[in-house]
Design a protein around this ligand. Structure first.
Ligand code: GCU
Length: 348
């Protein structure tokens, strides 16, 4: 059933090069696709900073423990330095005290504070993970019509009108998440080599673009990321490139808006974004009533991205031929998938 739907969508092939020859080496192909996604969709990302460090926003206090003393919480102000000077934004770290070197979930969050109703902090830390939470608007604002006057945008001097390939806000939030990882990797008390980046909706798009570019992320997780995230754009039955560019053109590079009524001419589609995770694990989740994000298009994209994993003799998503059941996790392949019953939301 999925194969038939995929044929109907006529996607740009993942494993055929521009000259028609088959792709055998994923590293070379990966570099081509990364550049294409920068050029046509998200814009180019500047090089990493020269230096990253953190300052504690509260004085160290042994009693700054939460969840009955099981977790230590640190409020940090991250600084990164580039040739443009120093840029800063805050984030929160929750560390389970019973684990010596916990792996990390880096959550790109809509709200700055812990606990956040969408994030089961206690369950995550009880399971032995550290949790880093960065509120996206602390990195750069999400004001409509593209205000580039603060945070990471101002630091790099992004201004309207932007050049056709200059980055948009998704690229900036993804850049900020990589800076949090820069810092986490300096900490001896954290296993930051095992960090997953996770986000919902616009931040699911961001988590995917972040992990796609930055291979130091061991794992990428997107929830209800939809259009310009996990969902295939060609013949999307929910949000289209036209709709997203009408409301949020500043999330992308200007080139993206050229394809608003012409998805078929876009040299990339979103299975290419997911494939950039290969051979690392990826998890995509959808919600049954989230028509705007088009759950079927999210699953199709997972299915297609699996071709990249096959080059490593790994399987992408493994689902029955009959399709997926709601509220069932399909986790046997390197791409995990589930569709929860319900509306557009990130839940426990
Ligand atoms: C809008 C937008 C979506 C996005 C969502 C969100 O609905 O159209 O693409 O995912 O906002 O981030 O909440």
């Amino acid at each position: 059933m999925l194969d038939k739907l995929l044929k109907e969508r006529a996607l740009p092939p993942l494993l055929t090069q521009a000259d028609g020859t088959p792709v055998t080496d994923w590293r070379t192909r990966r570099a081509v696709l990364l550049t294409a996604l920068e050029t046509y969709s998200y814009g180019h990302t500047p090089p990493p900073p020269l230096r990253v460090w953190c300052e504690e926003l509260e004085a160290p206090a042994p009693f700054r423990r939460i969840y009955g003393g099981k977790v230590r919480q640190e409020r940090l102000l991250l600084h990164f330095e580039t040739e443009h000077g120093v840029c800063r934004f805050p984030f929160v770290l929750a560390l389970p005290l019973r684990v010596e070197k916990p792996p990390v979930l880096l959550h790109l969050a809509f709200r700055p504070d812990l606990p956040d109703k969408a994030v089961p902090v206690e369950e995550i830390t009880d399971a032995g993970y550290a949790l880093a939470v960065v509120c996206y608007q602390d990195m750069v604002n999400d004001a409509h019509f593209g205000d580039f006057s603060d945070g990471i945008a101002a630091h790099f001097g992004t201004q309207n009108p932007r050049g056709p390939e200059e980055w948009g806000k998704i690229g900036m939030w993804a850049y900020g998440a990589s800076r949090v990882l820069d810092y986490l990797l300096t900490r001896a008390d954290i296993d930051a080599a095992h960090t997953a980046v996770v986000g919902h909706s616009r931040l699911g798009k961001t988590a995917l673009w972040c992990a796609a570019q930055d291979e130091r992320f061991r794992f990428g997780i997107s929830n209800d990321s939809g259009c310009s995230g996990a969902a295939i754009s060609r013949e999307n039955t929910g949000e289209t490139i036209e709709a997203i560019c009408r409301q949020f053109p500043y999330w992308f590079c200007e080139n993206y808006t050229k394809y608003t009524n012409d998805e078929d001419m876009l040299p990339v589609d979103q299975h290419m974004l997911l494939a950039l995770m290969a051979p690392r694990p990826l998890y995509v989740s959808s919600s049954s009533e989230d028509d705007w994000a088009d759950p079927a298009a999210e699953l199709l994209s997972c299915k297609m991205a699996g071709e990249a994993y096959q080059l490593y003799n790994l399987e992408g998503v493994i689902i029955p031929d009959t399709g997926v059941e709601n509220d069932t996790a399909y986790q046997d392949g390197m791409i995990g998938y589930h569709k929860k019953t319900g509306e557009h939301s990130l839940t426990d």
